[in-house]
Design a protein around this ligand. Structure first.
Ligand SMILES: [Zn+2]
Length: 360
């Protein structure tokens, strides 16, 4: 087995929601703004509706219908749209007040541990932003919250909004990092929402995104993905994995396997027959990434199982086994599809499994 490379070469951070609390901060700004202009809009609804307009605005640029346009500009436009929806004519509001509110995204509070956490990480790794925020916005936001980065990067440098591949690969390229620096990609299973980043288009043909990586998947999952049936066909897109085999980068494994020291895959089944989770151990702590076995923290109760699952009773049994171990051995769990949180610990409340601690 090849030696693992020593350390990551850089850490690139999502910012809104990950490093700063956009929702609480926009609510605070909205409350003051609405009081100031005499508008009766609930601050929580204001924040959520404004955020709701954010993705469609970026999608105009991602789709190519509109050239890349800075987030500051999009926020100003969506703010005006939001006001119109609530019966407030933007022209009736003083320009300086509108401009101040549009820049609310430059005044977002860091989460309580962000400043210290980032400072600690920066002692070991170059830390950069990989945010949809433009440079001026992120610069001001960072000064506002006392966040120090090695570089402010993201959408404006790549002229691309996440989640288009160039937003990530372009950032890596500017940092002097190559997709070839990635050694290992673990696929929990080959459904398109988990394996879509495996490949990219080069001259219209799908090729491995990471040309030197080995891509690890269970043998049975590979066989199912290459011989789909009516029930699972819509979830499997050949271009996400066949090019890996063609370039001899696919590594099929059977059962629990240590992929690299401290990182192992463990088959769990349920969602697909050969779904595997990833278990990472470091310095006495364990993190499990069960992916679609427990996609969000809302799926912690044993009978809460996705309708997508091919073998729901398999999911039930695998969850029962995993959660008993997770509680007993105080593992961390990463919830791949959870929109509200990423990593937490689980405890028992009588017979039920519940979230006991949220890390991120
Ligand atoms: Zn899936």
């Amino acid at each position: 087995m090849p030696e693992p490379k020593a350390l990551a070469k850089a850490l690139a951070f999502d910012v809104f929601g990950t490093v700063v609390d956009w929702r609480g901060s926009v609510m605070r700004e909205a409350k003051a703004f609405c009081a100031d202009i005499g508008a009766d809009i609930d601050p929580a609804a204001f924040a959520d509706e404004w955020r709701g307009l954010y993705n469609p605005a970026m999608e105009e640029c991602r789709s190519g219908r509109r050239p890349y346009t800075r987030l500051d500009v999009l926020q100003r436009e969506t703010l005006e749209a939001l006001l119109c929806k609530h019966g407030v004519a933007p022209a009736s509001v003083a320009e300086e007040k509108l401009a101040h509110m549009a820049f609310a995204w430059r005044r977002l509070d860091p989460w309580p541990d962000s400043v210290e956490g980032l400072a600690r990480l920066r002692k070991r790794f170059p830390c950069v932003t990989l945010s949809n925020g433009n440079l001026a916005l992120t610069l001001e936001l960072s000064r506002f919250g006392g966040l120090t980065w090695d570089a402010i990067m993201g959408a404006e440098l790549t002229q691309t909004y996440k989640t288009l591949p160039h937003a990530y690969l372009g950032t890596a390229e500017i940092l002097g990092l190559e997709p070839g620096d990635i050694d290992i990609v673990i696929n929990s299973h080959l459904h398109f929402d988990h394996a879509g980043g495996n490949t990219r288009l080069a001259d219209g043909k799908p090729v491995p995104t990471f040309p030197k990586a080995r891509y690890v998947v269970q043998t049975g999952e590979w066989e199912d993905a290459t011989r789909p049936h009516e029930r699972n066909r819509a979830s499997y897109l050949e271009e996400n994995y066949v090019p890996l085999a063609e370039r001899k980068q696919l590594e099929v494994v059977q059962g629990a396997v240590e992929v690299t020291p401290g990182v192992r895959v463990v088959p769990v089944g349920g969602h697909t027959a050969y779904l595997q989770m990833v278990v990472v151990e470091s310095q006495g702590q364990t993190l499990a990434i069960p992916t679609d076995l427990i996609p969000t923290s809302s799926h912690l109760p044993l009978p809460f199982i996705m309708a997508y699952d091919l073998f729901p009773v398999g999911t039930l049994e695998a969850k029962r086994r995993l959660l008993a171990q997770v509680v007993e051995e105080k593992w961390w769990l990463l919830f791949y599809h959870d929109p509200r949180m990423a990593v937490g610990r689980v405890g028992r409340d009588q017979e039920k499994y519940v979230l006991s601690e949220v890390l991120a």
